[in-house]
Design a protein around this ligand. Structure first.
Ligand SMILES: C[S@@+](CC[C@H](N)C(=O)[O-])C[C@H]1O[C@@H](n2cnc3c(N)ncnc32)[C@H](O)[C@@H]1O
Length: 358
């Protein structure tokens, strides 16, 4: 049994305030259940001050390189150490971290707008959803499978960018014309600025001579050789109502579905704010869209949502997911993500899985 300690990113406390420690522990608990080789001892996760600095510490047995390659992606983790020595004279040995990240951070941070889902929280939601699916191990070396992530309420693409950051394919839908346009402009600019070999297009989708949607498609690779070999990441965003997801994305084509539901309140002075305030109540939207979202998931895939508990109860949101044929995950860590965002928003997470035999 070895002891580990990790330093938390300073921004984690700014995002979650009082809930920061419980968020970090819950994410660690969900990820630890998906470790391919080692195990983290139940109940061993705690906060410990070493040399006057707070760390999250835990006991683990047989952590392999693949295990640390998964833990390295924890949204709160800054640096990981193995702890030796005795209390008061600890020695910290840095554990080399091989994160999934494959691009510069600015992919996630450049776009700033009212209504943006915090990028650190988005990473947490994606991580927890990934760890709850049957596919967490497949994303690690040597397999390094490229998953397909769908955000059916993608806004200006925070989830899509986090998925691309991990080397996955990213698919999105949103009704807000300005959001989809702003994202299309951003990502095409970013691909050019980073000199990544790519092809991108943003065009109207016509049926019977009517424009029924607009669609952004892009293909790119981290290196020219990968691009030539056809080893590309795909991005596709459709401007249309999310209940129409089956018109644009094939059944069982997404490994993960991740969405931050509308908060049911107006977002500050955002130009689209009024329209968004008039949007459907988040629970109604979830009830209407969850069956179609569930069908886009592969068996063994997982869906993770976040929403404002001040406008919709957890039990009702869980019922909507269960009614869509998904298994809602209900163990203790999944109940430890609730946190305050501001006066009008208390955010929570629900994760559900499409049964492997469905
Ligand atoms: C909380 S925001 C998501 C923000 C996004 N994660 C981001 O960081 O940009 C919810 C999104 O749901 C979209 N939305 C609401 N109702 C929708 C519907 N029926 N179909 C598609 N998108 C919808 C809104 O336009 C909004 O962008």
């Amino acid at each position: 049994m070895s002891r580990y300690a990790f330093l938390i990113l300073p921004s984690h406390n700014r995002v979650y305030a009082d809930a920061a420690p419980s968020m970090a522990r819950a994410e660690l608990a969900v990820l630890s259940a998906a470790l391919p080789d080692g195990t983290i001892e139940d109940g061993s996760v705690e906060e410990t001050v070493i040399g006057g600095v707070p760390y999250v510490t835990f006991q683990a047995d047989g952590l392999s390189e693949r295990d640390t390659a998964l833990l390295a992606n924890l949204s709160s983790l800054y640096a990981l150490f193995e702890v030796t020595g005795t209390t008061g004279s600890e020695l910290l040995r840095p554990v080399p971290l091989r994160r999934l990240d494959r691009f510069d951070d600015d992919l996630l941070t450049i776009l700033k707008y009212a209504g943006k889902t915090n990028e650190q929280f988005t990473k947490l939601l994606l991580n927890v959803t990934l760890a709850s699916s049957a596919f967490a191990r497949e994303v690690l070396p040597p397999e390094s499978r490229r998953l397909a992530v769908l955000d059916p309420l993608c806004g200006r693409g925070t989830t899509l960018n986090q998925a691309l950051m991990y080397g996955f394919d990213a698919y999105g839908m949103d009704t807000d014309r300005r959001d989809v346009e702003a994202y299309a402009v951003f990502i095409q600019r970013w691909l050019k600025d980073k000199r990544l070999k790519h092809q991108a297009d943003f065009f109207p989708v016509r049926r019977d001579r009517q424009v029924v949607a607009r669609r952004l498609t892009a293909e790119f690779a981290a290196s020219k050789d990968d691009y030539k070999a056809g080893d590309v990441q795909r991005l596709e965003v459709v401007e249309a109502d999310t209940t129409r997801v089956a018109e644009f994305f094939r059944k069982a084509s997404a490994d993960l579905v991740v969405a931050d539901l509308p908060y049911g309140i107006q977002h500050g002075s955002h130009a689209g704010g009024e329209r968004k305030a008039l949007a459907r109540n988040p629970l109604e939207l979830l009830r209407a869209a969850a069956p179609a979202w569930a069908k886009t998931l592969r068996p063994g895939g997982a869906l993770g949502i976040s929403w404002n508990t001040l406008v919709a109860r957890r039990e009702d949101a869980a019922e909507a997911l269960a009614a869509a044929g998904l298994e809602v995950l209900d163990s203790a860590p999944y109940h430890a993500f609730r946190h305050r965002v501001d006066q009008a928003i208390n955010r929570d997470i629900l994760v559900a899985r499409r049964p492997e035999d469905s």
